[in-house]
Design a protein around this ligand. Structure first.
Ligand code: ATP
Ligand code: MG
Length: 712
């Protein structure tokens, strides 16, 4: 365990230790206490059961083969997830508190209180039941970020149907895979979507996704682009204000308008209670490293860790005196501070279909009863300041976004954000999805966070269901000057540092054999003590669940996250990118993200993607693809290479110097904005390209290939 002293009870900077570091019993007891955040219809009899992988045989090479592990939390307990996210707030007298502020891309706005949400979710639950959807049925939700998406998702949870949200920007092919893989009974979609200022038809894609062998009985269509007040519906666009005139392809008997379905549905629905281990949703990974995996999350454990981590990371826990005369949130508290809850306006900018949004945009904020913003559109429609307008309009306090978005804001506002926006409501920033480059971290905290607000860099995955490691908003590194008594040691600000595991979970940096690696050594991020929101299986493919995550450490029962990591001398955790991306130059293991972070500090470089390419002498060499600004584009190839090599040598050392620097117009990215580094290497080496179904900008590949060919 790294630097246990940092987590001991006597540490003045960290009065609340990580229970995972105390004992397994304490960890399980911690989660049992946190489960008290929820309303349970029946108590559980077994807090936690973990059947670790067992050796069951040998493969052809003599290596052990293992049984698939089984994980359960709160067995015997019963609850209703939607009741916990909606009804109980109404029953507690907070029905008039705003749950959702919705803003559409064309500028339309809607507000839902918790009482509104209770009515709409109940109506939706009754409507789905009326269509024959029940417990265990899968419902694929292919919708943009609109209130119906949240309402239908919660309605599924309410009746025990398993939802699987699919990003509205995905192709028919990507949707088809998910419709077939889940064996869904119902697909929910829209007539059209607002995307980058245009109305884009959607229904035909949804129909195409249903052309193969599938179990779809109904396609529910939410009317979006024909909604009155949609300014995009000018002459010449598809669709029309009148329902009858909509040019929406229709299969009678199968297709149903959502508004027809809910029109007569009762706004009252008695929530049924389900066993804690009932599947809640299937989430497909982003597919950065290959074919997406459908991870299954269950009701009780998922909601417990989601509720707790949302409160911990987004500063809802009550303050206590920490023994040094300083007020600090109590990390072990099982309740929230009502004043903090009431004053929070949370905004997670992710599309609702990503795991980030499931946890910190749908379930987390709602289970904790805060107000939140959901915004339909792209960040730069109609202009790159759109997010700042949204922050100002709703008084957003928590802005939780992704490194790729921050880098694009930096590109759009090279001289800083204009003073015309009032961003003073912001009291916390956060990022997720990739390691954040220190440059981007500093920029956002300076531009929006006045150099003083906490910045939570939350490391987690679809697999872990909710956050695993992150700085705390109250860590001393974020404390305003004067908070701590004179002489109290203060850690330095650490941009891009995921810091340490949350309470009740443990993360270690290990080598492949499971040995601890020392400070500043690169190793594998391993979750050696899991929390209740860990995925229970891969849908339809338990063997893949075993092979991908558990087989590496076998009977020890440690979860292999697939990310490279290191700790610093203080024991704080840095995530270095995916293991598959690690660059090994003459035995030196280099992190893609560290080289990229160095490259983007150069004034000419807007974005960078690095990847290992084969080298006969050194094993790997570094290939750097860079997006340049005009100053950079003015250089010759030779000048650019010399300039960036000198820069990387200064920032990291000569070993990290790129062998090749290729100027490209754009980097290949997944729909969730992650750089797909393996494609850069495959293009460069002329190898067959792997899975591309998750790409948002396939056209970038041609341009990159041309840029590479031009260099030869
Ligand atoms: P696939 O597993 O199919 O390749 P994916 O890993 O991109 O897709 P997600 O579960 O959406 O799918 O993403 C989780 C990954 O995102 C993590 O494993 C990590 O690589 C990266 N990540 C998320 N948050 C952070 C963070 N704060 N710092 C560093 N990396 C992060
Ligand atoms: Mg992954």
């Amino acid at each position: 365990m790294t630097s246990p002293a940092r987590h001991s009870f006597s540490d003045p900077l960290n009065p609340t230790p990580n229970p995972a570091l105390v004992s397994d019993d304490d960890r399980v007891a911690f989660w049992a206490r946190q489960a008290g955040r929820l309303d349970w219809a029946e108590p559980w009899h077994t807090t936690h059961r973990f059947d670790r992988p067992r050796i069951i045989g040998q493969d052809d090479d003599g290596n052990p083969t293992y049984s698939v592990p089984e994980i359960a939390w709160f067995e015997g307990g019963k609850l209703n997830v939607a009741y916990n996210c909606v009804d109980r707030h109404v029953e507690a007298g907070r029905g008039n508190h705003v749950a959702l502020y919705f803003e559409g891309e064309p500028g339309d706005q809607l507000v839902y209180t918790y009482a509104d949400l209770q009515r709409e979710v109940s109506r939706a639950a009754n409507a789905l039941l009326g269509l024959g959807v029940g417990k265990g049925d899968r419902v694929v939700i292919y919708l943009p970020v609109i209130p119906e998406t949240v309402i239908i998702t919660l309605a599924c949870a309410r009746i025990g149907a398993v939802h699987s949200l699919v990003f509205g920007g995905f192709s028919a092919e990507a949707l088809k895979f998910r419709v077939e893989d889940t064996g869904a009974k119902v697909l929910v979609t829209t007539d059209g979507q607002n995307r980058r200022g245009k109305v884009v038809p959607v229904k035909a894609d949804a129909d195409e996704a249903c052309t193969g062998e599938n179990r779809i009985e109904h396609v529910i269509v939410v009317r979006r682009t024909s909604r009155p007040g949609n300014k995009q519906l000018a002459a010449g666009t598809r669709g029309s204000r009148s329902n009858d005139e909509l040019e929406v392809p229709w299969t009678p008997g199968r297709d149903v308008w959502w508004h027809d379905l809910v029109k007569d549905a009762s706004p009252v629905h008695e929530p049924e209670s389900f066993d804690a281990e009932t599947p809640l949703f299937i989430i497909y990974t982003s597919g950065t490293t290959g074919r997406p995996k459908g991870l299954v999350h269950t009701m009780g454990g998922y909601l417990v860790q989601t509720a707790y981590t949302h409160a911990l990371l987004f500063d809802l826990l009550p303050d206590v005196e920490d023994g040094n005369g300083t007020l600090r949130p109590d990390e072990l508290s099982t309740v929230n501070d009502p004043a903090k809850v009431d004053s929070t306006v949370h905004w997670c900018t992710a599309d609702l279909a990503w795991v980030t949004a499931h946890t910190y945009e749908i379930y987390g904020p709602l289970v904790n009863g805060v107000s939140e913003v959901i915004y339909e559109g792209t960040p730069n429609t109609p202009h790159p300041g759109r997010h700042f307008e949204v922050i100002e309009r709703y008084g957003v306090t928590n802005y939780y976004t992704a490194p790729t978005l921050i880098r694009s804001l930096m590109g759009a506002f090279p001289h800083g954000i204009p003073q015309i926006y009032n961003l003073s409501s912001i009291r916390l920033l956060g990022s997720v999805g990739e390691s954040i480059n220190p440059e981007a971290w500093r920029w956002l905290r300076h531009q929006i966070g006045r150099d003083e607000v906490p910045f939570v860099d939350t490391w987690w995955q679809s697999e872990t269901g909710s956050c695993v490691a992150s700085p705390r908003p109250h860590d001393p590194q974020f404390a305003p000057a004067g908070t701590f008594a004179a002489g109290t040691p203060r850690t330095t600000v650490k941009p891009g540092c995921a810091t340490r595991a949350i309470p009740g979970v443990s993360v270690r940096v290990l080598d492949e054999a499971g040995r601890e690696v020392g400070p500043d050594q690169q190793g594998l991020a391993v979750v050696d003590a899991i929390g209740p929101s860990m995925a229970r299986t891969v849908w339809g493919d338990p063997q893949r669940y075993l092979n991908s995550y558990w087989a590496q450490y076998g009977e020890r029962g440690w979860f292999l996250a697939g990310d490279g990591a290191r700790t610093d001398a203080e024991g704080d955790l840095y995530i270095l990118g995916r293991v598959d991306d690690v660059i090994n130059v003459s035995g030196h293991r280099l992190s893609t993200i560290e080289i990229e972070s160095a490259l983007v500090t150069h004034p000419f470089v807007v974005e960078a993607g690095t990847t290992p390419v084969e080298d006969p002498l050194t094993g790997h060499a570094v290939l750097a693809c860079v997006v340049l600004n005009d100053d950079g584009l003015a250089l010759t190839e030779t000048e650019l290479h010399a300039e960036l090599c000198a820069h990387v040598t200064r920032e990291i050392g000569p070993i990290a110097k790129p062998r090749e620097v290729v100027a490209v117009p754009d980097l290949p990215k997944t729909r969730s904005g992650k750089i797909t580094r393996r494609l850069l290497a495959q293009l460069y080496e002329g190898k067959p390209l792997g899975d591309r179904s998750s790409l948002q900008n396939e056209e970038a590949l041609d341009a990159i290939a041309r840029a590479m060919a031009d260099r030869r």
